[in-house]
Structure formats: structure tokens, C-alpha cells
Design a protein. Structure first.
Length: 273
């Protein structure tokens, strides 16, 4: 028989190792935040939330896509201006929460004097947090006075990504979908069109985009094929922010309702009210 005192010693050793592992994860997380200048002591307000485990299908293998970081949480840090919230990134955050266990946080940088309450709570109300190592992905949004959204990732060799469309492409890639060259090109084209013409273009350009969207949506349920892609997310958000929804033609109106029937879109719509 095993000596009870030896069993007790082994149990105590396992408990100590577990606590050390949790401490390592916490230190790793803090070191990443310190290495990110925008999330240093310049932060004046912090709201944290944690999300439920996956609600629908399983997500892709993050270690395979992003590389294995032993004992440390993979962290995405996004800077965005509250005067023009990047709605597509909020939709994608909610979609990611359906596939992965995400530790979410909203910070306010000192360069911003005030942020509306609904943007401070854009990831939901604070709930009970779990140890960092129990999450698959960290998602931090910092409201900051920047000209366009910026994203930094925990891989040290990765350059910062700028622009809502580019960040949206990266986030959507975490679902692990594979497309052929033609489909990928069409998706990229729609994302750029939504950002540079629908969202930032003249009224003439917006009208031309709406006509093109209407023609495409007359053939397929979504902008590219019969499945939701990042093109739909970015285009829908651009329409919401430009106030072009009422002027949209029939096929576009039908497509918008299809988007809004999905929970991540409907929850972000509340931020517009």
C-alpha cells in the first residue's frame, strides 16, 4: 500500500505546480501588456469580461495557425478611435467567442477624454473571471485617439496590422476556412470596396457599390458564394455607419436582414442605438 504521507506529499506537489503554472501564465500576460506601449500605465480605465465556452461548432486549431506559445495566452491588442468604432471587429469578436474561449478586455487610453458607456461595455458586462491559462485567446480593445484601427499580436516577429479591413481579414482567418484563389480574391475585393468606397467614398461611389452588391446578391445568398465571409461582415458594418441602409435596393435589404438574424450582428446593432 502507498504510504498516506507520501500521497499527501504528491498531492501538495501537484497543487504547487498548478499554482506555479497559473502564476507563469499571469506573468506572461502582464509582460505582453508592458511590451505593448498602448496598454501600459497610460491606461486610465479598464473593464474586463470573460465569455462562455463555444456555443456552436468547434474552432480551428489556434496552435496550428498561430504557433504554439507554451504556457502563455495568445493576445490580440487592438487600438481604435471611439469616434468611429470599427463595428466589423466587434462582430468578429462575438463570432470568435462562439468558437473559442476568449478573455476579453476593454481599456481606455489617456489620449481619449471620454468614451460612451455603451462602447466601454461593448464586450458585455463583467462576469466571473477564470485563470488566464484556461482561455484560448486574449482579445483586448483599447479606445485611443488613432487615425485608423491598429492591431498587435503576441508573436514578437509579427508587424502591427493597420486598417479595419486588414484586421478583419486576420480575425476571420482564425476560423480556419480555406478558399481557392478566385474566391479569396473576390472576398478581398469586396472588403476593400466596402472600406474605401462604401464607407469612405463619395455619394456617387456609394451608389455604384450598392448597385454592384444588389447584382451579386441576386445570384448568391452572400456576397461571395453561399456562406458568410468577412466580406459580408465588413460591408454590413460599412452600410450601418454610412446611413445607407434605407436607400439600399431589394437584394441588399434581404441580405441585411439575413445578417441581422445572426446573433453577433444583432448584438452589435444595439451599439448604434
Amino acid at each position: 500500500e502507498v504510504d498516506p504521507s507520501l500521497q499527501a506529499l504528491e498531492s501538495r506537489q501537484e497543487e504547487i505546480l498548478k499554482r506555479l503554472y497559473e502564476l507563469k501564465s499571469a506573468v506572461d500576460g502582464l509582460s505582453k501588456m508592458i511590451q505593448t506601449p498602448d496598454a501600459d500605465l497610460d491606461v486610465t480605465n479598464i473593464i474586463q469580461t470573460d465569455e462562455c465556452s463555444p456555443l456552436t461548432t468547434n474552432g480551428a486549431d489556434l496552435d496550428l495557425m498561430l504557433g504554439k506559445d507554451y504556457g502563455a495566452l495568445k493576445d490580440i491588442v487592438i487600438n481604435a478611435n471611439p469616434s468611429l468604432p470599427p463595428l466589423s471587429l466587434l462582430v468578429l469578436h462575438r463570432l470568435l467567442c462562439e468558437h473559442y474561449k476568449i478573455l476579453s478586455a476593454v481599456h481606455t487610453h489617456s489620449s481619449v477624454k471620454s468614451v460612451p458607456d455603451h462602447l466601454l461595455k461593448c464586450f458585455g458586462e463583467q462576469t466571473k473571471k477564470q485563470p488566464r491559462h484556461e482561455y484560448q485567446l486574449g482579445f483586448t480593445l483599447i479606445w485611443k485617439d488613432v487615425p485608423k484601427p491598429q492591431m498587435k499580436f503576441s508573436i514578437q516577429t509579427m508587424c502591427p496590422i493597420e486598417g479595419e479591413g486588414n484586421i478583419a481579414r486576420f480575425l476571420f482567418s482564425l476560423f480556419g476556412q480555406k478558399y481557392n484563389a478566385v474566391t479569396s480574391t473576390l472576398i478581398d475585393s469586396w472588403v476593400d470596396t466596402a472600406i474605401f468606397q462604401l464607407k469612405e467614398g463619395s455619394s456617387k461611389e456609394k451608389g455604384a457599390v450598392l448597385r454592384s452588391m444588389n447584382a451579386a446578391l441576386g445570384k448568391t445568398a452572400w456576397l461571395v458564394g453561399n456562406e458568410l465571409t468577412v466580406a459580408d461582415i465588413v460591408a454590413w458594418c460599412a452600410l450601418q455607419q454610412t446611413g445607407s441602409t434605407n436607400a439600399a435596393p431589394a437584394n441588399v435589404q434581404k441580405w441585411m436582414k439575413s445578417c441581422e438574424n445572426l446573433a453577433p450582428f444583432s448584438s452589435v446593432m444595439k451599439l448604434l442605438k
